[in-house]
Design a protein around this ligand. Structure first.
Ligand code: ADP
Ligand code: TRP
Length: 335
């Protein structure tokens, strides 16, 4: 077995599957950076999407292709990294089942994302029958994803920290019971900020309708930026801005790290209007997105080739997963 450390991460194909700038900065950018030094597994967490899309699962297949195209267009190289769908590697389900036997229900009930999702359903008036066993087990399936590849590192955004914490606890418990099979996976979380802000100032998220997608056309990007939040007390050009509380200034800082300072100083001094800042930001974002947009369109115009990449990724993933499952079955006495 090679000594190269393994790295794994994935995203859910919820909604249309298209990924946004928050996904890119929070997770994908690190995947691309780390793929040269790690043996890398990048997957589409399609079974996870069923926790919320179970009533209408037909869109998941197409959405998965969108996610895969976004991975590759963002710089994940199929020749280096295994890119695959979770549902193509059935060992995820087997390990999930076996880990479920050693995971106390209380641990899952305490995960903050589960509490949030349950509260949200209650608020919406959805009944208890919407809180499925699968939803409670979401972090356990995620743990199986990670441990199946004996991953050492998992690059994700900060909101995934609690899931990584429970993954480590489950790995520790399994190792304690049966012997050291799994490394304890470390989260790799960007330090720049807690989250990329969306157009309304909240965290950028598919579910808030405040995202700029990697697939958005130049016109849509310009329109979205034009309608985004700036400093509420800055009405005239000469009013001072507060860049820390302005989405346009925050995004400029991320995408123009060498040049943003001048624009911030002018904003604070009341020497520039929001319209100018928005126009410049749209240009900066479009220059960044252009190559990604082009590449994802090329990829999606040839679904057979995309499918071939996913099948090749699944073969490589299965080879690694099988080594783990042999060990797991062996320590449990099922070999
Ligand atoms: P969404 O909130 O749009 O549904 P996901 O929950 O599917 O996004 O997140 C996929 C990955 O992208 C995770 O690793 C998550 O931490 C990261 N991520 C999502 N939104 C942001 C954001 N606004 N800033 C930083 N990282 C993010
Ligand atoms: N829960 C992750 C998210 O919402 C997606 C995910 C599923 C994942 N399995 C994983 C991320 C394993 C990292 C490792 O973004």
């Amino acid at each position: 077995m090679s000594d190269t450390k393994r790295l794994l991460s994935g995203m859910q194909p919820t909604g249309t599957g298209a990924l946004h700038l928050g996904n890119f900065e929070g997770a994908l950018r690190n995947w691309v950076r780390l793929q040269d030094t790690y043996e890398m597994y990048c997957f589409v967490a399609d079974w996870h999407s069923l926790t919320t899309m179970y009533a209408d699962p037909k869109g998941i297949k197409d959405a998965s292709l969108q996610v895969a195209a976004d991975y590759i267009a963002s710089g994940i190289a199929p020749a280096k990294s295994a890119i695959f769908r979770q549902s193509d590697v059935k060992e995820h389900a087997e390990l999930h089942l076996l880990l479920s036997m050693v995971t106390p229900v209380g641990w899952l009930e305490r995960v903050p994302t589960f509490k949030d999702k349950r509260d949200l359903m209650e608020e919406k008036g959805a009944g208890d029958e919407n809180v499925s066993y699968g939803l409670l087990g979401y972090p356990l399936l995620q743990t199986a994803d990670i441990l199946l590849y004996r991953a050492h590192a998992v690059p994700v955004g900060k909101d995934q920290a609690a899931h990584l914490e429970i993954s480590r606890e489950i790995a520790r418990r399994f190792n304690h019971l049966y012997g050291a099979v799994f490394p304890e996976p470390q989260a790799v979380i960007p330090e720049f900020t807690s989250a990329v802000p969306g157009l309304d100032g909240r965290k950028m998220s598919k579910s808030y309708g405040n995202a700029i997608f990697l697939s958005d056309s130049p016109e849509i990007v310009a329109e979205k930026v034009k309608n985004s939040f700036t400093t509420p007390t800055k009405i005239r050009k000469t009013d001072p801005g507060v860049p820390e509380h302005c989405v346009v200034c925050q995004l400029r800082k991320i995408y123009d790290p060498d040049g943003y300072k001048v624009s911030w100083d002018e904003d604070i001094a009341g020497e520039r209007g929001c319209m100018q800042s928005k126009k410049e930001l749209a240009e900066i974002l479009n220059a960044f997105l252009e190559p990604i947009r082009k590449r994802r369109e090329e990829l999606l115009s040839d679904p057979a080739e995309l499918e071939r990449i996913l099948q090749d990724g699944a073969v490589r993933a299965r080879a690694c997963a099988e080594i783990t499952m042999k060990q797991v079955r062996d320590v449990l006495g099922f070999a």
